[in-house]
Design a protein. Structure first.
Length: 310
């Protein structure tokens, strides 16, 4: 025979057990909230603001901005989460730069970033306190942006593509491909800081290769069309382009005129070749912007621009 035994539990005792259970649950919930609180406290309280100033347009240099944001992402910065990037594009109209820089200062950006020498010049003139990161300029020392490459000593630092031997190498490669050339037209912008030094370097390098240099000064699109399409007794047999934001913005036009005139040309950046130019030899601008993110990261973490070597 089988029996079922039941233990009688008084109602008061049962109520006490339920009350104790609720107390345990409440305690556990409080503990979980306490554990989550430190994690929430670690989230950034403010979003860092970055001012990105381009001398060109999104169409001509949007890939530079993309390389920059990819570099930032590798350091843990994501737009909309812990950083906000204010983009300004001059679209080749450099007279817009002062207003853009003033806007960045008004917005109190944590860092201003640009690769255009004219933009860095304007920024340096308007502020001596806001950190400025160069994403590759021609001559930061000669332009007065930094005291020296090793010790910038101010509010500007970053990267430079200054390399005197590059000009000689470009001319050497140009002559190797077209051995018959004796006169090279150097396309440059005398209005921009650093261009005079670059032109002088091209003259010295040309002398070593026994090449005559023809100066092709271009300050805007009309100048570019004029110097490349014009005819003279000293007509150039080839072209060497010197890095400049205005010239870079018009690379499609330059490549078209050079090809139509059957003028072999050597350029500083691969974007010219992608636009139809013959060949290029030099640094990668997307690579420079990608590396500029490292400087931004260090500055946002407390480093002073003057302490970061160019």
């Amino acid at each position: 025979m089988r029996f079922l035994f039941l233990r009688f539990v008084p109602f008061a005792s049962m109520a006490k057990q339920i009350s104790d259970l609720r107390l345990v649950i409440a305690t556990l919930c409080a503990a979980l909230i306490a554990l989550c609180a430190p994690a929430e406290a670690q989230q950034p309280k403010t979003i860092h603001r970055i001012g990105y100033l381009g001398a060109g347009s999104t169409a001509s240099a949007g890939h530079h901005a993309k390389a920059f944001t990819e570099g930032l992402r590798e350091h843990g910065y994501v737009e909309g989460q812990n950083i906000a990037i204010e983009y300004r594009w001059a679209e080749g109209k450099l007279e817009r730069l002062p207003a853009f820089v003033a806007d960045f200062i008004r917005l109190k950006v944590d860092v201003l970033v640009s690769s255009a020498t004219p933009a860095i010049k304007v920024a340096k003139e308007q502020t001596s306190t806001n950190p400025i990161v160069m994403a590759g300029v021609t001559d930061p020392v000669g332009s007065g942006f930094v005291t020296s490459l090793a010790r910038p000593a101010g509010n500007v630092t970053g990267l430079t593509h200054l390399a005197p031997d590059l000009t000689g190498k470009r001319l050497e490669l140009l002559k190797e491909v077209i051995p018959r050339i004796t006169r090279v037209g150097v396309l440059w912008n005398p209005q921009q800081p650093g261009q005079a030094l670059a032109f002088k370097e091209s003259q010295l390098a040309a002398q070593q290769l026994k090449l005559a240099v023809i100066s092709m000064e271009a300050r805007n699109r009309k100048d570019i069309e004029k110097v490349l399409s014009g005819t003279s007794k000293e007509r150039a047999e080839a072209i060497l382009e010197l890095p400049d934001p205005v010239i870079f913005l018009n690379r499609q036009l330059i490549a078209e005129i050079a090809n139509k005139s059957r003028l072999p040309a050597m350029y500083s950046f691969r974007e010219y070749v992608e636009a139809g130019g013959l060949m290029s030899y030099g640094t990668s601008f997307p690579g420079l912007f990608h590396r500029a993110a490292t400087y931004v990261d260090k500055i946002l973490k407390g480093a002073k621009p003057g302490d970061l070597p160019v």
